[in-house]
Design a protein around this ligand. Structure first.
Ligand code: ZN
Length: 135
């Protein structure tokens, strides 16, 4: 049987939170907005990459999460200003905090994905690891 080599694209793997090394295995066990919180696999189910490289590694993801939050809040504030032209600070505070709460699971997930895809030295895509496993 012929085992054809193929490469998986970066952005679909990033958006679907796939393993940065093989782009096949899921990083999270469940959906972003489930009722049981987000649970991350300890290792990639496809290639076995250990996601938490050292104890406390995902504390670094807080910086990515902070950057995402600031970018979202500034964008929302500008949008409120342009759309309503209001000077009422309570309008801004209410809408910004509500949207920050709604986006919290998104920020949690993608701060970890960003950390593993862009901020981890020496972790790259290995196309040979995305091949089907021999049965
Ligand atoms: Zn993997």
């Amino acid at each position: 049987m012929e085992n054809k080599e193929y490469k998986l694209a970066l952005w679909p793997a990033f958006v679907h939170a796939k393993c940065p090394r093989c782009r096949r295995g899921d990083m999270f066990t469940n959906s972003m907005y489930g009722f049981h919180g987000q649970v991350m696999h300890k290792t990639c189910p496809h290639c076995g990459l250990v996601y938490e490289r050292e104890p406390g590694y995902f504390y670094v993801a807080m910086f990515a999460s902070y950057a995402l939050n600031v970018a979202e809040m500034v964008t929302i504030a500008v949008a409120i200003s342009v759309l309503t032209g209001s000077n009422n600070p309570w309008l801004y505070v209410t809408i910004i905090l509500a949207i920050a709460l709604i986006l919290a699971p998104f920020n949690f997930r993608y701060s970890r994905v960003m950390l593993l895809y862009w901020l981890t030295p020496g972790l790259h895509y290995h196309p040979e690891m995305s091949q089907d496993k021999p049965n």
